[in-house]
Design a protein around this ligand. Structure first.
Ligand SMILES: *Cc1c(COP(=O)(O)O)cnc(C)c1O
Length: 360
């Protein structure tokens, strides 16, 4: 067996220890004679997997008791709609668009009701985060929506917006558990776990309990957060296996020292790559330095053919999935929690050699 360094933006690299643990328990989970995949979601074994996952997540993020934690399905993209359906009780919400994912959320809100665009960085291909210190938030807006780390263009909010007292909703998919966040500053956080936390097919929603409406006329049962909150994420069959692996990842992060330790490790990895990019004469990052993501790092040579050559040669060196998103081109290195520092060192070393051999 030989593992590659996988820079995929999602589904993405998972910690080797977690995969080993899952493999060791594949046929017989904790002596119960079956895999987690084969278990009833109503069994005491699965209930304790779910309870432990939630408890560890609460512990890691310091989630206050007045917040609900939901493990959902349907894709993080479904939450672009369900967040609006559940939280925009008067049909009005305000959006900041800093990239493809917040743009998609805004588009869904426009389908469903009255969505206002507060600010956008579309003018410069989403290469920065606009000034969000004095947004013109509508008095009666139900919430202000952001995507805090844009996975495709590689931006991250250096500071949270001033919502003028309004509820803040944040899509944290590609930064979830990468650094400490103060949950109390948000009304709702949502994340698809396939970026930084687990296998595809689970979305985690952390939502202040008083924001979950009891009654939502016209909204199907499955799309109401109330349904899943009341049923402890077991209204219907959840993604049992996915939740199990997320739970293993939560324990892995705790073992490394929690979110502060994770953040230090992630910042050091990102710094190594950005320092090289800023010094390089061949490669560059076009993201405004103060708004750079520490998870997703797009870069390019400025020459399409050379970019393609780089991606192909990197693959030969077992540095995988470095092709940039089709909307952006160039390259992108996603350096999520589970990417070891050695993987980033290997990438930078490879880029240095590539630069030397292509500059002359
Ligand atoms: C990947 C991603 C999504 C969409 O996730 P799906 O589960 O594929 O629908 C939404 N937001 C962000 C920030 C993402 O990175």
């Amino acid at each position: 067996m030989s593992r590659v360094y996988n820079f995929s933006a999602g589904p993405a690299v998972l910690p080797e220890e977690v995969l080993e643990k899952a493999a060791a328990n594949m046929l017989d989970y904790n002596g119960c004679g079956m895999s987690v995949m084969e278990m009833s979601h109503r069994s005491p074994e699965f209930q304790s997997i779910l309870d432990e996952a939630e408890a560890d997540l609460r512990d890691l993020m310091g989630i206050p008791d007045d917040y609900e934690v939901l493990f959902l399905q349907g894709g993080d993209s479904l939450l672009f709609s369900t967040v609006f359906m559940n939280l925009a009780t008067n049909g009005k919400a305000d959006y900041v668009v800093t990239g493809n994912w917040s743009k998609k959320a805004f588009e869904q809100a426009q389908i469903l009701g009255d969505a206002k665009l507060l600010a956008s960085s579309a003018d410069k291909n989403f290469s920065y985060v606009p000034d969000v210190s004095s947004l013109d938030v509508r008095e009666d807006a139900s919430f202000v929506y952001i995507c805090q780390n844009e996975t495709i263009t590689g931006t991250r909010y250096p500071e949270l917006p001033d919502t003028k007292g309004h509820v803040l909703v944040s899509d944290q998919s590609s930064m979830f558990l990468s650094e400490p966040v103060d949950v109390a500053r948000y009304g709702l956080i949502h994340a698809g776990v396939q970026k930084n936390v687990g296998p595809a097919g689970v979305q985690i929603v952390i939502v202040r309990k008083d924001l979950i409406p009891d009654d939502l006329p016209g909204v199907p049962t499955m799309l109401r957060f109330r349904t899943h909150a009341d049923a402890g994420s077991l209204y219907d069959t959840p993604n049992c296996w996915g939740i199990y692996v997320c739970g293993l990842v939560f324990k892995w992060i705790k073992g490394l020292g929690g979110l502060e330790a994770m953040a230090q490790r992630n910042r050091a990895k990102a710094q190594l790559l950005y320092d090289y990019l800023d010094a390089s004469e061949l490669f560059s990052s076009n993201v405004a330095p103060r708004d750079r993501s520490i998870m997703n790092v797009p870069f390019a040579t400025g020459d399409k053919d050379l970019d393609a050559e780089f991606v192909a040669e990197a693959k030969g060196a077992r540095l995988i999935n470095l092709k940039g998103h089709r909307l952006v081109g160039g390259m992108r290195a996603s350096i999520f929690n589970a990417m070891p520092p050695e993987g980033v060192e290997a990438l930078v070393g490879f880029m240095e050699r590539f630069e030397r051999s292509h500059r002359a």
